[in-house]
Design a protein. Sequence first.
Length: 431
Amino acid sequence: MINIAIDGPSGAGKSSCAKLIAKKLGYLYIDTGAMYRAIGLFCQRNGIMPDDRENVIPALEKINVELKFIDQSQHVYLNGEDVSSEIRRNEISMYASKVSAIAEVRAFLLDLQRNFAKENNVIMDGRDIGTVILPNADLKIFLTASSEARAKRRYAELIEKGQDVTYEKILADVIERDKNDSTRDVAPAIPAEDAILLDNSSMTLDRTADYIIGLLNERSEKSPKKDKPSKFYDTCYKISAKIIKLIWRIHPHGEENIPKSGAVMLAINHTAFSDVLVAADCSQRQVHYLAKAELFKIPLLGKLITRLGAVPIKRGKNDIAAIKTTISLLNEGKVVGIFPQGTRRKKVDPSKTPVKSGIGLIEYRTRACIVPVFIASKNYHTHAFGRNDVYFGKPLYPDDLPLGNGTSADFENIAKFVFSKVCELDPKSQK
């Protein structure tokens, strides 16, 4: 799992930036501040002062906070009620700041926050993510901006939502909250020792997000956990690449669309056995494939494809083991090649081909980036002894997909949508 921690004062743009990065990388975004806001809302509704420890702590027994991800958007539930909008009121911000200073409140939410990070690639923002919640995060950012810049952003946000506020009151609240958050005894809002301090007072949201992604890519390049091909795979690739280019005359287009790091699914049309070699030849990263289980029983070939990272799958069945292995590879930040058509479809217009829902299930579980790939060859049949154009489409991130609520119909819709993007790359469809 890859975890990114973004800490910093109120109004620095942590949440907006984290959401944008999560979309670009296909990670899960966790807004920890929303959890404290939910507890603050409960206190406000029940007449409990947020700094009254004697009454706040017993109230925790009556509170159930849940995070649900609907259409890739985080929703916060307080005792079964969706309070995602109500917790954003300015009054609740002050309640959240004060209840979050109570040690028992933070302990109450800690396991929930850490469990998300254990099971997913996440980006999490708050006040003490890098120091307490995710001390071993792959990248820690302390995002800040001047009090004036943060007050202007907050003022514009609340005015857009129709709230009756003044800039002066917002600025005073920002300064007061900064003081409360940075001086409190429990989890003060201070940078972790290994955090990168980033002042974005004069930076746009897009520039801030891209800067942080750049820092993550730099870390990935230097990290021993980088997704590098195995020595065996690399050797086979160098030998086979020359043969493949000679026989199949491969001409890649848009291969730069394959992200250099992070989980990626290559969704490829399937017309010939050599699709595996042709698509992998265009990627600088090792590509793992789902291969029919019968191939692994063939002497030598079975051992070869196993060492090359192939995953056996039983055709015509819901192979749970293969799906779990694929999900595990993606959670490790690997590249997996998947054929939405399932089996090969010779001499058939790909846009008229039925698709399998497996890629939809895997995407729903992993939120991986998907790159559509179309291999164009004569009559949609064989790649042998002819020119092959390989088209890589723009990456599809979770927010670009119809994820739904995790039903079998949703998985099928995802698969159909993804394969429609594959077919759009077909030069014949553009004539």
